[in-house]
Design a protein around this ligand. Structure first.
Ligand SMILES: Nc1ncnc2c1ncn2[C@@H]1O[C@H](COP(=O)(O)OP(=O)(O)OP(=O)(O)O)[C@@H](O)[C@H]1O
Ligand SMILES: [Mg+2]
Length: 266
């Protein structure tokens, strides 16, 4: 690797941009080799490598101490939202892109468990369906990996974490649909729904900010954000259809056909 530039270093992992095999890469390197950190690092690499999808950032190469990803030239969705909320068209296109990626993950037995604007990149800075890149499998669960190294050890971000995830339930795809609802809410409002996120997660507060955006989106937002996961949309594909239908009700073009955006499990 050449032209290495350190971007961050946290929890025993260094993130760098670099050049590798003639292309720009985002490298994650293990710099603190204790068994827990290594187990988490290897788990992240295995999960990220287990799904191929155009809107999911999978590693180009996995080594003992390094994961090399294609370097996405753009911004995170968080950086984009720092400039102000998105309109209904862009918000539903971005949420649709994330959902297409999530559909592919779920089809491969992977629950992301950390969907939030910091973990969604927009290639070229565009708030568009095909610009979405889902990153960061550091919290993910895979039915194919016997060891769930996260159970009881690490927490996601309270604002985007499903209530059952807060209580330690792992691997329920509906937890990602909750996070997707928070993400869409955040895109439309510029901030997540529950100001007192821990109070909400713990069942001590039900105070939610008013639903943002057009009314056509309120039904699906309400269903995603419910505490009772049996009341959420049944699957990522079901939510995708709801989102596409809501766009129709708003006079916006339907989302792309999911069959044209299928992934591949490795
Ligand atoms: N492939 C990539 N190309 C460009 N930038 C990336 C890429 N992957 C991640 N990043 C940037 O690096 C940040 C951290 O990456 P990631 O989310 O994978 O790690 P993390 O474990 O969450 O670290 P942290 O907790 O410091 O955010 C992202 O929020 C994003 O800004
Ligand atoms: Mg992250």
């Amino acid at each position: 690797m050449t032209d290495r530039v350190t971007l961050s270093e946290r929890a025993g992992v260094r993130c760098e941009s670099a050049c590798w095999a003639g292309r720009a890469v985002f490298a994650k390197t293990l710099v603190f080799d204790d068994p827990d950190t290594r187990a988490r690092f290897e788990h992240e690499g295995s999960v990220a490598a287990s799904v191929r999808h155009p809107l999911v950032v999978s590693p180009l190469a996995v080594a003992r101490d390094a994961l090399l990803f294609p370097l996405i030239g753009g911004v995170t969705l968080r950086e984009r939202l720092d400039g102000g909320p998105l309109g209904a068209d862009e918000a539903t296109l971005v949420a649709g892109g994330v959902l297409a990626a999530v559909t592919a993950l779920h089809a491969c037995g992977v629950t992301h468990h950390d969907l939030k604007p910091e973990n969604v990149m927009l290639d070229g800075g565009r708030a568009a369906f095909d610009a979405v890149r889902v990153i960061d499998f550091g919290m993910s669960h895979s039915v194919k990996l016997p060891l769930d190294i996260h159970s009881g050890t690490r927490m996601g971000t309270p604002h985007f974490m499903a209530p059952e995830q807060f209580l330690g339930v792992r691997g329920d795809p509906r937890s990602d649909l909750y996070s997707l609802g928070v993400l869409l809410f955040d895109c439309l409002a510029g901030e997540p729904p529950f100001e007192d996120a821990f109070g909400w997660l713990a069942g001590l507060s039900d105070l939610r900010a008013p639903l943002p955006g057009p009314e056509a989106l309120h039904g699906l937002l309400t269903r995603c954000l419910t505490r009772d996961r049996t009341q959420r949309p049944a699957s990522a594909t079901a939510l995708y259809t709801d989102l596409s239908d809501a766009r129709g009700a708003l006079g916006l073009p339907a989302l792309p056909d999911l069959e044209d955006w299928a992934g591949e499990c490795r």
